[in-house]
Design a protein around this ligand. Sequence first.
Ligand SMILES: [Zn+2]
Length: 363
Amino acid sequence: MAWSKTPDGSFLDSTGKVLFFSKDRFVNDICLGHCCFICGAQPGSKPFNDEHVIPDWVLRKFNLFDRTLTLPNGTTIKYSRYKVPCCEECNSLMGLQIEQRISAVVNSGPQAVRDHIANGNSLEFFVWLGLIFLKTHLKDRDFRIERDRRQPDDKIGDLYDWETLHHIHCIVRCFVNGAHLDKDVFGSLGAFAAKSEGSLDEFDYADLFAAQTMLLRLGDVVLITTFNDAGGALQGAMPRLERIGGALSEIQTREVMVDFAFMNLSLKERPRFHTECDLLNETLTERAVLSDQFELGDLDYAMRGALLRQALGDRIDHLQAAGKSAQEVEKAIDDGLFTVLFNDDGKFIERSFIPLPPNVPAS
Ligand SMILES: [Zn+2]
């Protein structure tokens, strides 16, 4: 039996495994159903052991098993219980093909990570980060928007347009289906040196869902990536990124994430992605269609301000900017011009986080 196409537009291999999920199948089985998020196996059809959203070895490395993370609604959950449905088979395969390789590089230190990416291995990191982003948002199906039980039981995930995650799902599955990937199906990926300033934690995760941009700090290195921009976010942000002259503090990493997100949302023409399946030759290719020339549209600085507020959260209350009042800081944020990366002369700020003296209100 050869490869075949199902009525919903998915493709199966000769053993019936799903090679390509149509958008409908992806949304119904994986986003709305609770099938294995990699192979799409129905719950109960084979052994499941579920997959940590933040990989096991990262939890061990940064002693996070008993720590909690705080969701957008204020709920806290232990990292050890932060899991999405996954079958044993896919879980083992991911461990072997992805987690072992990435952990070896990360455990060799920040320079090894940057060398690995510079040596043309960004695909591995891109897939790995894409898996974490996808799992994070699939998990949001389980969490209420309102913690107050008297309020409707709507979940954070109910707000998502699941189809927007279809492209990431296609890319992260390349280790299962052996798809060939065109170079433009990748997004942007930057690895920056990070330092513990403003936070004692060595681990940090943040994302901006609408801009498909995420940040992952692993000790001395922070990875910032955008998934659906065909590299446009990095290209747009480059003039600012080139002026970064040292390790980034926690708050600076979040501003860099905003720069990626802002540029992605400002692209004049969005790349479009699709999967080509050649039933005759049994090949699968991920393709991107984008304009020949990189071009930004009009820059909406109010949007940058909104992204900054989302990325910085309550850190904004603790911001001190040299010579500026709290009101001036607020206005600079809303105008989208606020920066903790560069001073008024455009020079990189080495010490971006000056803790407020104790017992002094932030405002
Ligand atoms: Zn599976």
